[in-house]
Design a protein around this ligand. Structure first.
Ligand code: ZN
Length: 483
């Protein structure tokens, strides 16, 4: 990122006459804290971690007893939520809670969290400082699988709701909380929740799910920042097949299946998808600009003027390039098995992560056009396809609440930055019923902690938990009372 800034500084004099737009970080919203202590919340989270709610794609019922026990624990731990929000079982595992608002004409809000966690990779158990399903509270952290992804979020959002109900909270707008049971292995629970809303002819005002987070040491600025995912990428794998004459390798034809496949893969990789700076990159730049010194800040505040320079810099790094275009990654190749026999067929799998500007259909058409000159080559979709949802707005009241509450729960002056996630979340299932989908976990973490998600020694800071409850209380009460 240092390089990135150095490049920006070289940009033209034109900017001297330009005005910048205001930064994207919105006004802070008055926090609505609860009296929950960090210790009490840590104990609740510790209990939640002890349920081994591991989802398995091939055998959805494998952990059924753990999920059943976890749901009984949820009912006992959050009695008002369970008494007043009519928990509905969806697909034998997901839970959909509803607190009816006084005004049924208002679109509901939806907050999503998933109950399932990924397994601990066999053989890595010993690398954990504390056993992954013990929920140990030590050294200022709650340790265990799911602490970050995402039982910390789940427990604090339910604690927020429980305390609001205790206080007699009666919203104007309906509040839904959806707890998926299989986010890590496909997210059929979230799909069924969204389908139910759609079947009722309803739309959500906004959806809030995991994805972004707040960091104490954001690399670009070196200080705290909140990152809110306003979009995520889609997923498409294709199988490229090349067919040619087989036979003995002593008399090969000019074009063999493997030669043809190589040319097809190269034709695809050499013709990348569009990479350009559009929403939310300019807002991201403007949110960060006040944190940057001198010319770098001046340029970042004016992404419209310096678009081509900024694009050039983003293209240089694999991680930033992936945020502005659809990526192409050949991941599997096969063909032939004996050294003196020509295979009649050779195949490659290419994985694409779709930028929201490309649909799976338009991406497939792009790939096919690039191999159209190669006789004997076909490109077909392989496996499940996930379209990228449209990028959500970074203006309007829903954004002001989600991001404004983030501002009020971060250290003074920390920027709140919209970004595009490379990974996928359950919230994508709601793309037909919501225009505002935001992905933000209001926990305070260090960048290094990211590797603990799905890795060893997953843990969450105990002192971050009350702030998370406060964040959710702020968002739910503000949005719930919004007429
Ligand atoms: Zn997750």
């Amino acid at each position: 990122m240092k390089q990135y800034l150095a490049g920006i500084i070289g940009s033209g004099l034109l900017a001297l006459t330009a005005c910048s737009q205001p930064p994207a970080t919105p006004e802070a919203i008055e926090p609505n804290p609860s009296s929950f202590s960090a210790d009490a919340l840590a104990r609740t989270l510790s209990e939640a971690i002890r349920f081994e709610t591991i989802a398995e794609a091939d055998n959805p019922q494998a952990s059924r007893a753990e999920f059943d026990a976890f749901r009984a624990w949820l009912a006992a731990s959050f009695p008002l939520v369970h008494a007043q929000m009519n928990p509905q079982d969806i697909l034998h595992g997901s839970l959909w809670y509803t607190l009816e608002g006084a005004n049924p004409a208002l679109d509901p809000i939806v907050i999503l969290a998933h109950q399932d966690v990924v397994p601990v990779e066999p053989g890595t158990q010993d690398q954990w400082d504390y056993p992954p399903f013990a929920g140990t509270i030590a050294d200022g952290y709650v340790w265990g699988r799911g602490a970050l992804d995402m039982k910390g979020f789940l427990v604090t959002v339910l604690a927020a709701m429980e305390t609001l109900l205790e206080e007699g909270f009666a919203p104007e707008r309906t509040i839904h909380i959806g707890l998926g049971h299989d986010e890590e292995v496909g997210g059929t629970g979230a799909q069924a929740m969204a389908a139910q809303l759609e079947a009722q002819g309803r739309r959500a005002w906004f959806v809030l799910d995991e994805g972004g987070s707040s960091f104490d040491n954001f690399p670009i600025t070196g200080g705290p920042a909140g990152l809110i995912g306003v979009g995520e990428k889609g997923f498409l794998s294709v199988e490229v097949t090349a067919r040619a004459r087989g036979g003995h390798s002593s008399t090969p034809p000019p074009e063999t299946a493997i030669g043809l496949l190589s040319r097809a893969v190269n034709a695809i990789v050499d013709n990348p998808f569009e990479h350009s700076i559009d929403h939310p990159i300019p807002d991201m730049m403007r949110a960060l600009a006040p944190e940057m010194d001198g010319m770098a800040g001046f340029v970042m505040a004016r992404p419209g003027l310096f678009g081509s320079t900024l694009r050039g810099q983003l293209m240089e790094d694999d991680a930033t390039r992936a945020t502005i275009g659809t990526t192409i990654a050949p991941t599997i190749i096969s063909g032939g098995s004996v050294d003196n026999v020509l295979p009649q067929e050779a195949r490659a799998i290419i994985n694409l992560r779709l930028h929201p500007r490309d649909s799976s259909a338009s991406a497939l058409a792009h790939l096919r056009a690039n191999v159209a000159h190669l006789d004997g080559v076909t490109v077909e979709p392989a496996g499940s396809i996930s379209e990228a949802p449209a990028i959500s707005p970074t203006n309007g009241r829903a954004w002001e609440i989600i991001a404004g509450a983030a501002v009020s729960h971060l250290p003074e002056g920390a920027p709140v930055v919209p970004n595009l996630l490379a990974g996928a979340t359950d919230s994508r299932a709601f793309k037909n019923v919501a225009d505002h989908i935001y992905r933000y976990v209001p926990m305070r973490m260090e960048m290094e902690d990211l590797s603990r998600i799905h890795g060893d020694d997953e843990r969450i800071r105990t002192d971050a938990l009350p702030g998370m409850v406060s964040y959710f209380r702020t968002v739910i009460s503000e949005a719930g009372m919004e007429g």
